[in-house]
Design a protein around this ligand. Sequence first.
Ligand SMILES: CC[C@H](O)CC(=O)C(=O)O
Ligand SMILES: [Mn+2]
Length: 342
Amino acid sequence: MERRSDKPIKVTEVCLRDGSHVVAHQFTVEQVQKIAQGLDEAGVHYIEVSHGDGLGGSTIQYGRSLVNEMALIEAAVAACKQAKVAVLLIPGVGTVHELKQANKLGASLVRVATHVTEADVSAQHIHLARELGMEACGFLMMAHSAPVDKLVEQAKRMESYGAQAVYVTDSAGALLPEGVRERIRALRDSLDIEIGFHAHNNLSLAIANTLVAIEEGATRIDGSVRCLGAGAGNAQTEVLIAVLQRLGIEVGIDLYKMMDLAEDIVGPILPHAQEINKGSLVLGYAGVYSSFLLHAERAGKRFGIDPRDILLEVGRRKAVGGQEDLIIDVAQEWAQIQRAGV
Ligand SMILES: CC[C@H](O)CC(=O)C(=O)O
Ligand SMILES: [Mn+2]
């Protein structure tokens, strides 16, 4: 494969953050410690640890964490000899207070996440991270939902605030390969910093899309071991490593160690196998936030309706991250419509 960048590829493992959605934010210290140690020993570069919705996400709206995320960050840092511990922060959900705390505990990279059209709210947190000596990246969520020129404009803002990389974040797993190609290519042509890509596997395209991103110059790549991420999960890290090796792209991660971690440690803690079921497929099809899946399934049970109807309507309304309460509104309205036989 011809790559547009000759920089080494750095992998960020997101199972201890994006995967938090799958376990309804119930990770234990022991689980985090074991998984972080396994990832570190395998040679993974960055391990992201936070509530699924980022620092400060433990709320009634998003779901309460079993264990305070600071204790989980501390456990991950203690378990790592070479890997850097990263955190995700959505401005407003997380604050500078939590960022400083996470940094004190040893987190050395923050990804400041905003909706794809709202990069301006990341300025304060990116500036602070750089002042603290942390690495700072921008994370433009729901990247499928904005035209390419808008994405470029927003990414440039993040670059101007001091971001060292900007991610195309396919939160809904809705992007098709050509959509990834045009987005990464446009960013590569317009920015001087690294480009990252974060996939979700709802349309079974996470690995394929990640390869397109790498071809077009992305060097920061996300994966989740055993697909432990929201919806149908992310690019499955151990599979991605195997595919990259077959392509002759060496990222310095031990494939057998990743496979063993997936099989022996991560597999047993999954509440169910991470497959593309009807719910996750609808996420990709309708362009809905992957982290909305559990909320829609719960609302479906509560109101006696099909979660797919909720997700399709949420997609029609173009819900953005943080609008989990809209899921309840939609479910309630849908149930009323069905009762009325309209
Ligand atoms: C709600 C935050 C979200 O899970 C961040 C992320 O991983 C994404 O947008 O895909
Ligand atoms: Mn995600």
